[in-house]
Write a new protein. Sequence first.
Length: 213
Amino acid sequence: MPTATYAINVSLGGVTIDKRISRTGSHPNPYEETVPAANVEAVVAWTGTDADSASASLAAGHGLTDGTFDVFWTSGGANYCRYGAAGTFTDDNLALEGGAGDEFPATATSGVIVSKQTSVNANIDGDAASLIAVSLEFTDAASAAVGSISCKDTSGTVIAQIDLVANQPIVTDIDGGATNIYTGNPITTFAVSHNDATNNATIKVLSMEDATT
């Protein structure tokens, strides 16, 4: 049967943990797609109306259009994200409504980033998965970017949402005892974003599934 492998290597004070783990299944299911920096814009002025309503003024020439947006900001050294907000433009002003995750920040918060979601077609049955790994990768190994992936079913309902950090894979080893956050309806779309307005990212999702019933 096909095999998925991942490794854990930790070294501290002369003691090393070095393990390679394998999980099998009948259906290897990998995805690798670009998440463009062109979808990301820094906010010139921010107005937070309430927990799920806000508006952002962007610089002229941003090139973004109406759609679904994720919003990123930092406060007290912690990263925050509200994902899946409906965004509508009037000239260079973006009205944001709804979404989930952290509440929109207060008016005049600096350093807010808006990112129009990149949609990736998918076909993952989380209930049949033995292992799912997700990674948001940048060419710069020292990138401090963050991102989000929302895994949606055919109706647009979010089955799982994961906050991502550049070049730090997240492995859900279901056969190894990890809680399966991907259960429910099959996943048909990844909605992905990041907060780097300069560099493209690559989203990688690797799912090992058992296709038998």
